[in-house]
Unconditional design. Structure first.
Length: 56
């Protein structure tokens, strides 16, 4: 897998997580813990995207 295709896949995952977080935040009775975990995953993806973007 090339770096650019890996980068695109990470961006897709980040966007999907963003949509999940938004949906969970709107849902009644959603778990703050689950939302926090998704946000942590998003941050890790964002950091990896930024790290790879520098090398491309």
């Amino acid at each position: 897998m090339s770096v650019s295709s890996h980068l695109e896949e990470l961006k897709r995952k980040h966007e999907a997580l963003s949509e999940q977080v938004e949906a969970e935040q709107r849902a009644p009775g959603s778990s703050d813990f689950d939302i926090a975990e998704m946000k942590k995953q998003k941050l890790k993806l964002k950091e990896e995207i930024e790290r790879l973007s520098v090398t491309v």
